[in-house]
Design a protein around this ligand. Structure first.
Ligand code: JFZ
Length: 418
């Protein structure tokens, strides 16, 4: 029996088919180049942070190249930070001067990006930070850059968070009315209360009213879970769930979001970059549990994907070129199919095909318990070469595999089921 996620308010049919998306974290934090939280981590005031605004000049920005690289990697949708916690806006918002057109960039950076990706058939997603460390009415909380500045904290009495929330609504309205059809709204995030400061959650954001507005402006749009009211997508971050995510015991639509390294924003000196093999296995593992995989690039202050990111995306694309059939339109295999060790199953219910991803290539045989009589034909996906098999009386089906593994990151055997 194939697990199906609980229905949601938005149209997730394309989302659970496409499976693989690109996250883009791009803002002023690309210039300090040491994590997108640098303003908070280093307690940088808005005044001191201004130097990045004054020097933001992505002269090598080429969104067509970004979209081309992402498309070749096999990605089908993208989610870009319209505004991150620093408060800087990539688009030509009429509600603030703190925006790309007022920097040396001199223009709306969001519009050419949306156009370039949409031209290649991508679905369009907007990440939008609920936190805003620049807005004058955004009150101090446990993550605010000025949380240790008593004088700044004292002035909280003059700040009106509801005036900030109206600004938030106004900018979301701009984004959902001026850039065509938007497929995902990825809000981020609600702040837990701390000993010193109150939190900011669904009451602060007026989440119910905001969700209502978003859905009125973009019918069918998908909304994530970080307004503190579950909507269409659960969003585990920087870890791999052990099984299909459930809410109240029921399987739900979910998307794991990950970085190449430990930073979402461009980080020059961060060295924990995941290998292509690891990233491919994470993608496979996610789909084998019925989830989506949103993989992030942090472009540089010049507007480029750096060499490390291009290397990973090219490597993933090389695998996806011959193996995307085991990702697109696939989900967790029926629970009666017991997956062999060091492997992952994905399953395409429309084609009734089972995909065996071999993470560690064994010697000569792979034994599929209980599959005798259920497989009509088997082949290596990379070159469509037949994999013969023998069926045993105890119900086992034994695949006869070559001693030498195929020269691909993760070999996949395509099983045509009866
Ligand atoms: C958030 C952002 O802070 C981060 O910069 C990035 O954009 C990521 C995709 O989303 O990261 C979070 C948000 C919430 C928690 C942890 C990381 N949380 O509630 O534990």
């Amino acid at each position: 029996m194939v697990l199906r996620p609980e229905p949601t308010p938005g149209d997730t049919s394309w989302f659970v088919r496409d499976r693989f998306g690109l996250f883009i974290h791009w803002g002023l934090y690309s210039l300090p180049a040491r994590h997108e939280w640098v303003m908070s981590r280093e307690r940088i005031s808005a005044e001191a942070y201004r130097k990045y605004f004054d020097h933001f000049d992505p002269d090598l920005y080429d969104p067509d190249m970004w979209a081309e690289v992402a498309s070749k990697a096999g990605m089908k949708y993208f989610v870009v930070t319209t505004k991150h916690h620093e408060g800087f806006c990539l688009w030509d918002s009429k509600l603030t001067d703190y925006k790309a057109p007022n920097t040396p960039a001199g223009r709306d950076l969001l519009r050419p990006m949306v156009d370039a990706f949409r031209k290649r058939g991508f679905r369009v997603g907007f990440y939008h930070s609920l936190l805003d460390w620049h807005h004058p009415d955004y009150t101090v909380d446990q993550y605010h850059p000025m949380r240790d500045n008593e004088e700044y904290i004292r002035k909280d009495s003059e700040r009106d968070i509801n005036r900030y929330v109206e600004y938030l609504f106004g900018q979301v309205r701009e984004l959902l009315t001026q850039y065509g059809k938007i497929d995902i709204m990825w809000f981020d995030f609600s702040v837990a209360p701390s000993e010193r400061f109150p939190g900011k959650g669904k009451e602060t954001w007026q989440s119910e009213r905001l969700i209502k507005m978003v859905r009125e402006l973009q019918p069918g749009i998908l909304i994530n879970d970080r307004l503190q009211i579950d909507q269409d997508i659960k969003t585990p971050e920087q870890y791999q769930p052990r099984e299909w995510l459930r809410v109240n015991g029921k399987p739900v639509v979910w998307e794991a979001c990950h970085t190449f390294s430990g930073s979402w924003g461009y980080h020059r000196d961060e060295a924990t970059w995941k290998s292509v093999d690891m990233l491919i296995k994470m993608l496979i593992d996610t789909v084998s549990k019925g989830g989506n995989f949103l993989l992030n690039v942090g472009p540089t202050g010049r507007g480029e994907f750096d060499a490390r990111a291009l290397d990973r995306l090219a490597g993933i694309g090389e695998w996806m070129k011959r193996h995307s059939r085991s990702i697109y339109g696939c989900t967790q295999a029926p629970e009666e199919f017991v997956c062999p060790q060091d492997c992952r199953y994905t399953y395409n219910p429309d084609k009734n095909r089972l995909y065996l991803h071999v993470f560690s290539w064994p010697f000569k045989h792979i034994h599929l318990d209980g599959m005798a009589g259920k497989v009509e034909y088997a082949q290596l996906l990379n070159d469509a070469s037949e994999i013969t098999f023998k069926e045993h009386e105890d119900g086992t089906l034994t695949l006869n595999i070559p001693v030498k593994a195929p020269d691909v990151a993760v070999p996949v055997i395509e099983l045509f089921l009866r």
